[in-house]
Each structure stands twice: as C-alpha cells, then as structure tokens.
Design a protein around this ligand. Structure first.
Ligand code: CA
Length: 226
C-alpha cells in the first residue's frame, strides 16, 4: 500500500517507517502539518497515519479539511493521551481509527491492514489463517492449532506468535520483537522477549518432535518448519 506517515517525533517516525517498509508498503513521511495536508491533497494514499500534535497544523484540522473536501482516504490517528475527549475529537474530525501512544508496532500494522482492507473491499482479501508446518494460527477466531489440537495462548503470546508467523524463516531480533509486540518506547534491555519465547515453546513445541521456534545465536528468533 501507499501510505502517508505524518509524525514529528523523529525517532518514532523512523521506527514506524522501517516496519512499514519491511511489510512492503511504500511510505511518504512528513513531520509538518501544513505539508502533510498538501501531500494528502496531491497524492492518492491508501491509508494516512496521522499524529495529532504537529507543527503548523494539528492532526484534527488536517482530518477535518480532508473530509470537508470529500477525501475518503482512511485515517489512523495517533494520540498521546487516552481520554474520551481526544478520541471523540479525532473521530468527529474524520479519523477512522486511533491508536494511543505508546503502542506496539504490530498493533499499528494490524490497524493499517484493517483500514486498507476496508478501503479495497472485495479484492485482495487477506487470508485469516497463518500456517507454518502443522501449526496454524486463526487470526479471526484468535486460535492456535498444532497438529489439529487447540492451544490456549494469552494475548501477548498470540501477538508474539503472529509476528513470528508473518515472517516465516526470517530472523527477528529481540529489539524488533520488542518494538512489534510490546512497545517502541521500551528502551531498557529487557528479557521479556526471551521469557515469552520460553512460554510459547512450552505450549507449541515441547510436546512435538519437530521444533518450529529457532534461536539464532546472537541474532534473535525465527519460526519455520524444517
Ligand atoms: Ca507530535
């Protein structure tokens, strides 16, 4: 998809652009409000990711102006605070969805996929089941099956497994997994990823001869059938 990313927090903008490009999206980026409006009016985007607090014009005003000119491009708004007032203001201004900072990048990717689907209703429907070997992850039912047997996963375990399964055979570093599944702003060296990989292994690999989750020494983790 062709995306416009409007975010003036440089570090966040760069991290978000990187994961979007890794997902195969083409990303235009700006940190200025007036500039964003001009770009959104000049180009056809599939989704606009729009921060609220911006120099020269805020995200609400940009959304309002786009909608009042009849532009239907889906808008995902990024808000700093989770207050009902902010949420209502954003939705009233014409945003289709919103995400409260700080967020997990995988959550952002999921919201963008959903908005993109809504925009292209009927064509290119994405499969709702990911599979690696005899492991299946049903994204709609939120259910994991190994060799036909149902496996109970917590929300974070599910998100971690989904992230690995969206990149089969690809090594994801601890810091990529931390950004994607937890939050982009966790700066601390954390062993939370290793802990959750351990939980996942106990659930999906322990009772099976063929292990799917691989540790790549010094690099990170990947999932693949041998
Ligand atoms: Ca901002």
């Amino acid at each position: 998809m062709h995306l416009l990313l409007v975010e003036d927090e440089r570090r966040l903008a760069v991290a978000v652009r990187r994961v979007l490009e890794e997902e195969g999206h083409v990303v235009d980026m700006t940190g200025d409000g007036a500039d964003a409006l001009a770009q959104a009016e000049a180009e056809e985007y599939d989704v606009i990711v729009l921060d609220v607090m911006l120099p020269s014009m805020d995200g609400y005003e940009i959304a309002r102006r786009l909608r009042s000119s009849g532009d239907p491009t889906p808008i995902l708004m990024l808000t700093a605070r989770d207050s009902i007032k902010d949420r209502v203001t954003g939705l009233d201004a014409g945003a289709d969805d919103y995400l409260v900072k700080p967020f997990a990048l995988a959550e952002l990717l999921a919201r963008i996929r959903a908005l993109g689907r809504r925009n292209h209703m009927g064509n290119g429907a994405e499969s709702n089941v990911l599979s690696v070997g005899d492991l299946e992850l049903d994204l709609r039912a939120r259910e994991a099956l190994r060799d036909g047997k149902r496996i109970e996963l917590t929300t974070k375990e599910f998100a971690l497994l989904e992230t690995l399964m969206r990149h089969p055979g690809q090594v994801l570093t601890r810091s990529q997994l931390l950004d994607l599944v937890w939050s982009y702003d966790l700066l601390t060296e954390s062993n939370i990823v290793d802990t959750y990989i351990h939980y996942l292994r106990n659930k999906i690999d322990r009772d099976f001869d063929q292990k799917l989750i691989r540790t790549v020494r010094g690099a990170g983790y990947s999932i693949r059938a041998s």
